[in-house]
Design a protein around this ligand. Sequence first.
Ligand code: ATP
Length: 452
Amino acid sequence: MAEKENKMDKIVSLCKRRGFIFQGSDIYGGLAGIFDYGPLGVELRHNIKQYFWQKFITEREDVYGMGAAILMPEKVWEASGHIGTVGLVDPLVECKICHERIRADQSEVIADHEKTHKKEKVEWTDPIKFNVMVGTKLGASEKTATQVYLRGEITQGVHVNFKNILDSMHPKIPFGIGQIGKAFRNEITPRDFLFRLREFEQMELQYYIKPDEAEGKKQYEYWKQFAFDWYIGLGFKKENLRLRQHAPDERAHYAKDAWDIEYNTPFAGWKEAWGIHHRADWDLRRHSEYSGIDLSYYDEETKERFTPWDIECSGGVDRAFLFILLEAYSEDRLGGEARTYLKLAPKLAPVKVAVFPLLKNKPHLVEKAREIYQKLKKEFGAVEFDDNGNIGKRYRRQDEIGTPFCITIDFDTIEKPARAGGDQTVTVRNRDTGKQERVSESDLVSYFKDKF
Ligand code: ATP
């Protein structure tokens, strides 16, 4: 276990050292459960979201994208059940010795806390319900300012726009609405780096279907598999992911059925990555009741009016980010030297290709390297140029940030045309194998074309 825990520490350190993730407001001592994304982190996160958007929205004919606001009035959350007795409430207990408050349903958190009181036996207060919604006020006058909430899940922004989408896009059922955006929860015990945050990002699909048991089953199975396959596509080994059904007492208040995609983490075993929930008509029915606006759907074909059911796929971007790093982090020996590398799927890598002149002080090598760098950058965007230090050190740096390919321009590039036409070759090095091959300069763009 110590070695496994160590992996998390190494990732946290790599993330800071290489510009992926920083503690939120670091120079002021940090803020628990809040992190900032650095230059490389923001690219990786963008690539995860891009892959979601491509597969769940743009490649499909039956799904619309949208982007709802973060701030929503209290009534939305009363309707959804997040404020009140059923919703986003976690059980909270307090340690009678030091008065620290923690979440009562996480045995590893309880055990960790009890270890901090080595000699005394810890007693806990009875659990109370703690609402994790983050509220604030809008309006300049105290008397008229209204209570609003930073959304606790992005889901409700879609449901409250159901009628707007019907009236503007005229979709035919079944159809989906997807979005990506920030959510906020005042988690009692934020922990495990990006796993449990107070500010995080979600990517979700709400898929509206006819209210029919057989249709519900069929669509639910379809989306469960779709979400699972999508997650595998992030570069996970199949054996490190599984689908697990919630027990009836574990299900959220809105769910008719619920399954999680779980990842086998080194820090706490199987943990939730995504939730696929059969929300039935809970949200649309409740928003109809609370807003007084009819949120039913009229089916032109069958001439029926009904409140659709909703199948939801809901995943955390930051959690996917963490799990991707845990899966990708690798150590081995290459050419007799120990190295660390991130075995990231090329489509996710923050830098796709790095271009090096073999030596910094040879202007013809530098000039050629810059020319190739510019050409590839124009084509692929995320390309880096590096002429610092020796070549081994440059490879190690790129390995550590997960760059799948490095190109070196050496004397042969300049002096030995590969073909009669005077075409020149460069060395392309593969991150995972360390193997190098010579590729003609004019073939480079097509060589990389299908790789990212
Ligand atoms: P948990 O049981 O871990 O608190 P949940 O069941 O409350 O999670 P959902 O409400 O289903 O989570 O949220 C959907 C997804 O959003 C989760 O699968 C997870 O990836 C992400 N998520 C939820 N809470 C957090 C958080 N505090 N920090 C980071 N990601 C989160």
